[in-house]
Design a protein around this ligand. Sequence first.
Ligand code: S3P
Length: 169
Amino acid sequence: MNPAPNVILVGPMGAGKTCIGRRLAERFGLEFVDADQAIVDDVGSAIPAIFENVGEAGFRAHEKRVLARLLEGGGQLVSTGGGAVLDADNRHRIRQRGFVVWLRVGVDAQLQRLQRDKSRPLLQREDREQALHDMAALRDPLYREVADLIVDTDPYSPAEATAQLVVRL
Ligand code: S3P
């Protein structure tokens, strides 16, 4: 495996970052760290409540502070939130502090995987499909910018995607 101190997963909602991340961490003996969960623990409220209280900009400020702290560490499998790459400092830190895997997923699979999830602050609108396309248009170049490796997860279960990654890391 690349000698970088962490493995960092980037990619949009529904790519399987948490599921695949947990499996990979176990496989490689790394500590699994979920950046969203770290934000929730740090702020003391759930993500929808953070968006409600301080808006997206406030959430991004928490995300930036918590991610910077997490990435000071090593030996971790870090699953980042889908929007972490929007910030240039975050992208710089992500690149510096780990071997970066972009878990890629198409909008159709995202819609299917997120079907029953009504809690996502950025998907509280009628046209979820358009929202996901808009996010992909903005973010895909940024995921590409930081990625050392790209893995498509659409056709795979978390177990299959993990197996693919194990041989490529
Ligand atoms: C977000 C993705 C979420 C969470 C927040 C914002 C985004 O994380 O950070 O709701 O901007 O795409 P996941 O990608 O882990 O779902």
